[in-house]
Design a binder for this molecule. Structure first.
Ligand code: SF4
Length: 339
């Protein structure tokens, strides 16, 4: 097929999808959810305030997750030496200048933000909410790191601000969780989701999933979508497992024990996941993008931010695929009892 013919086909499919409820996108983007809630585009302001996590502290013999670099998943680790107030003010200013942003959510992203005393997080919330244009907070944490004190704090925050929690679930497969050294199994995920949603339905609850594990199959991905559908959550974020320097996974990669997922396979898995995903569940993003390309070992396609996103959209459109397309089939699937 010539490039121009392929482009025309994609344009035709795109035109068909402009009637989609998602502004022409083949999936329900979280930005649309924010816009419907706040009446304008809302930007997440990532901050780096947590310093560590249970794995890094070796709690109960845990080890650093095999894919995690020294920055604990922070998007902007270089700002961690600034106070929270400075981080929020600087990033908001940049976003105002570059995107004319008006409203913001402070995103407590790096490491495990519920590992320290809840009093610390309470103080951080107070500092973040002191900015009039900050409409809420998003807290990234682990399923096994949620105390009663933190739940109380989230409840209080949700009385005045939008309160969201993102759980690093990564996988619904215990073997994969053990391989990546998460330090908890899938039962913790189900317990945490149940506990958070039952105790405070106002919390906007999301999960992070990674694709690209050893021996992962398309069937695993479909099952992950079915399990996601079975949970009382509001959104999901997708990552592709990639190898960063100075991580345990880098050792496996360099020794030939780990082969990163190819873009074609990742694209197909994203498509399968979205096709089986309940269309009411918003999607944060379709792939993890390595901001620090000098730290990226493999796969190299992870470094090409806009190309990956556009490539995934093109892939979905070429296949006429969209979120929820096979959701009815998924609802007939048997979800494992007790999980
Ligand atoms: S991924 Fe999260 S829990 Fe795992 S080592 Fe990194 S910061 Fe800690």
């Amino acid at each position: 097929m010539t490039t121009s013919l392929r482009a025309m086909e994609i344009m035709a499919l795109t035109a068909k999808q402009t009637n989609s409820p998602w502004g022409g996108l083949p999936y329900y983007p979280i930005s649309q959810f924010y816009r419907s809630l706040f009446g304008c585009k809302v930007y997440k302001v990532p901050v780096s305030v947590a310093q560590t996590c249970p794995n890094r502290e070796g709690i109960k013999g845990m080890q650093t997750c095999n894919f995690c670099d020294e920055w604990g998943s922070a998007a902007y680790p270089e700002i961690r030496h600034h106070s929270l107030e400075e981080q929020v003010a600087r990033t908001m200013e940049n976003m105002r200048l570059n995107y004319r942003a008006q409203k913001f959510l402070v995103y407590f992203q790096a490491y495990t933000n519920t590992f320290s005393k809840s009093q610390q997080l309470r103080q951080q919330f107070a500092e973040a909410f002191a900015f009039p244009d900050v409409v809420g907070a998003v807290v990234g944490t682990r399923p096994d790191c949620i105390s009663d004190a933190v739940m109380d704090l989230w409840y209080e925050a949700s009385q005045t601000h939008f309160m969201a929690v993102e759980l690093g679930v990564q996988s619904f497969d215990n073997k994969q969780l053990e391989w990546m050294r998460r330090g908890h199994l899938v039962d913790k995920t189900f317990q945490a989701v149940e506990r958070i949603s039952r105790s405070n339905p106002q919390i906007n609850l999301g999960i992070h999933l990674m694709f690209g594990w050893p021996d992962e199959t398309d069937e695993d991905i479909i099952e992950a979508a079915q399990l996601t559908n079975s949970l009382p959550i509001h959104n999901v974020k997708l990552h592709n497992l990639h190898v960063l320097k100075n991580t345990p996974l880098a050792e496996d990669y360099l020794a030939g024990r780990f082969k990163p997922i190819e873009l074609e396979d990742y694209s197909r898995r994203v498509m399968l996941f979205l096709q089986h995903l309940n269309p009411r569940i918003a999607v944060h993003r379709l792939a993890a993008l390595s901001r620090r390309s000098e730290e990226l070992l493999a796969p190299r396609w992870t470094a090409k931010k806009m190309e990956i996103y556009q490539g995934l959209l093109d892939y979905l459109r070429e296949h006429g695929a969209y979120q929820g397309q096979k959701f009815a089939d998924s609802r007939l699937a048997k979800i494992p009892a007790g999980e």
